[in-house]
Design a protein around this ligand. Sequence first.
Ligand code: HEC
Ligand code: HEC
Length: 224
Amino acid sequence: MRLAIQIFQTAMLTISLSYAGVMAAQDTHETVERETSRPVMRGGIVFKNYCAVCHGERGDGRARAAKLYSRVNLSIQARPAAYYEKIVRQGGEAIGASPFMPPWRDELTDEQIADVISFLSVVGDPVRRGEVAFKTNCVLCHGVRGDGKGRAAALFSPRPADLTRSDKTDQYKDQIIRLGGGKLGRSPEMPPWDGKLGDGEIADVVQYLRTIVILPTPKAGNLP
Ligand code: HEC
Ligand code: HEC
């Protein structure tokens, strides 16, 4: 009996060690939770659902509804959080701005308002916007660091690409994100995002991906 227990324990140890070895850099549930529950991330989703229709997905005022408000400027400028808070809660009219900016205090929870204000602090920055879009849509496969070690990565063969080692051009990345892997002769498990992400969001994600690429180490001794 004791021997059986020992064999069992050794086997378990071996299994957990090899598991740790293989999975060392794999995202954990906690890693993903920590990234995706940040206010700026949750705020990105609120913004897309409630605000982008007028302000555009990048907050630059280029939106489908913009022609309805041809005389007001729908682009969101960098402003103090207190200003954002006031206009978002009370609406444009309450602060002497356009009444077409609705009050949100009854529509959104306090948490959603705080989250969306947090997102407004990055809405003018393409790389940070791209990071939010990437972490909202891509991390299950590509990992929170973009290194291909997402929670679901093991389900795919070939594995989701390590985007920190990508040697592809921005144009290629734009295409594969838009059209999916299948259309480019790659794995159809890489989904097409056209329709789910707007043109601006795809461009932002590509900009963000550019910032996470780790440059290949130059080979020593390659001078003539
Ligand atoms: C129905 C269209 C509409 C929607 C939806 C809308 N807004 Fe607005 N928003 C406006 C208009 C119009 C203005 C311009 C007010 C002005 O300049 O007179 C504005 C102005 C703003 C401003 C001030 C921008 C600046 O730099 O002065 C902020 C911040 C803002 N909106 C945030 C939001 C947020 C956050 C949401 C979503 C929760 C949202 N808006 C949804 C129409 C809209
Ligand atoms: C369901 C899993 C899955 C999701 C979600 C996913 N991808 Fe992928 N992606 C893949 C797989 C698998 C590949 C590798 C395809 C191959 O090698 O044939 C890939 C490849 C890529 C490549 C090519 C990289 C290179 O260097 O060749 C890019 C860029 C990319 N994905 C970006 C994204 C972005 C951005 C998102 C989110 C908007 C995303 N992916 C979401 C599975 C996924």
